[in-house]
Each structure stands twice: as C-alpha cells, then as structure tokens.
Design a protein around this ligand. Structure first.
Ligand code: ADE
Length: 240
C-alpha cells in the first residue's frame, strides 16, 4: 500500500522509519512518501496560511497552495485512493475504519496546522476522491502529523507479513473477531511469582477451555469498567 503525507513539517514523520513501520517500508509492503507543503508555495516567504474570512483568531491554510500540492500528489495515484484530513471536527477513527483503510491501494493524508485548511479544498477534491475528515479523539492537537503516524501504524500492522504473529492482530482490543468487540484483558509472563504477586492459577493449569473462559470474563469485566460506552455491561458476564 502507498501512503502520501503532505505537511509543513516533513521531519515529523521520521519515526515512521523505525520499528514495525520501518520494517514494513523496508520490505516494500508500505510505500511512504512525505511531501513538504511549502514546495508548492510561490512567494518569497513560502506562505501557506492567511487570516480567516469573517474574522477570529488564528490563521487558515490557503486553498491555492493545498490545491496545487494535491493536484501533483494525486496525479499518478489510483482513483481508489482515499484522502484523509486529520481534524478534531472529523469522524472518529475506529478499528473498523483502520481495517477498511488496510484494503485500499493508497491514502493521502493532508496534515493541517493552525485553524485548519480552507474548506473549499475538500469541496473540490471530493468530486474525484473519497475525502474523510478524521478525528483521533476528543482533544485538540497542534496539527495532523501525529495523527498520520497513528493511522500509519494502525494500518500497517494489519498488512500481511508486518506482525510477526498473524494471530495477534485478530486478538486485539476492538478487532472484528473479538466477541462483541470487547477490550483485551490482562496478560502475564514469567516469572510465575514476582514481588509476592502470583500469576492467576488458571493460566498455569493447562486447561485451554478454562483459560478461554477466564479470558472472556476478564475481557468483559474490563470493558464494562473502562468503556461502559461500548455497551457491553455486566449482563454479558453474569448472564443476567
Ligand atoms: N488535529 C488536531 N486535533 C486533532 C484530533 N483530535 N484528531 C485529528 N486531527 C486533529
């Protein structure tokens, strides 16, 4: 899969060359192209923003600069490419959407800064491409660069050969195959006893059926406690 990121801070994407993402890039599973938006500026100061029409604080990114950048970046890309615009006013990023992105040939992630990008850019490009304005949570970041790393990492780990153990993505919190989309429960490793704390005996007893049942209970309990909004209450645990 190909991912193009357009940003005024291309160096922000350097961590994408590390670890799991770095390996996916090295193996050719992921082609990452990072573009400096200022390349498409035309003035001496390489200006990308201006004051908002209608007044108010902050600056808005100019449609002419973004338009030229996206014309060039999208020119050679598949019409199935998705444009992703990180913004706190977007639709929430979920594991479902990540799974969907893992199926498309490419993403172009348009990282805004300041008060955002002139809305006409999306009016224009949504005539030819699917455009998703996307939020990664109910808090405000300074720009979309961190969001692009989040998307890259979440998508790359679903791609074949990227995780060492293919089974582990299916077992994740929020993964499609997990019963009811509950969260993953607690995990343990050696030593069996540490600072007076023992690993739950069910996990060392060798009964796989009991282990599976215990993990399900733990998962539902954690979901009810940490994420009551997911709607998997204690009824699922007790059957009442
Ligand atoms: N840009 C600033 N805050 C953001 C958020 N929460 N999600 C996506 N993009 C953002």
């Amino acid at each position: 899969m190909r991912v193009d990121v357009v940003t005024v801070f291309p160096e922000y994407l350097a961590p994408a060359r590390l670890s799991l993402l770095g390996k996916a890039i090295g193996a050719g599973t992921l082609q990452l192209h990072v573009h400096d938006l200022r390349k498409w500026t035309t003035d001496r100061h390489r200006t990308v923003d201006d004051t908002p029409y209608g007044g108010g604080p902050g600056m808005v990114m100019r449609p002419d600069v973004w338009g030229d950048a996206l014309d060039d970046v999208l020119e050679s890309l598949s019409p199935e490419t998705r444009i992703v615009v990180p913004t706190p006013s977007g639709i929430p990023l979920t594991q479902r959407r990540v799974e969907d992105y893992a199926q498309v040939p490419g993403l172009v992630i348009a990282c805004g800064r300041y008060e955002g990008i002139d809305a006409r850019v999306w009016q224009h490009f949504s005539k030819r491409f699917a455009v998703d304005e996307l939020s990664i949570g109910d808090y405000v970041l300074a720009g979309g660069e961190v969001v692009s790393l989040v998307i890259l990492e979440a998508v790359a780990r679903l791609m074949p050969g990227v995780l060492g153990n293919e089974a582990s993505a299916a077992d994740d919190s929020f993964a499609q195959d997990r019963p009811g989309g509950a969260l993953e429960g607690p995990v343990y490793t050696k030593p069996r006893s540490w600072r007076g704390l023992d690993v739950p005996t069910v996990l060392t007893g060798g009964d796989h059926g009991k282990v599976a049942e215990w993990r399900l209970q733990q998962s539902l309990r954690r979901t009810a406690s940490n994420r009551p909004d997911l709607g998997l209450g204690t009824e699922e645990i007790t059957g009442q």
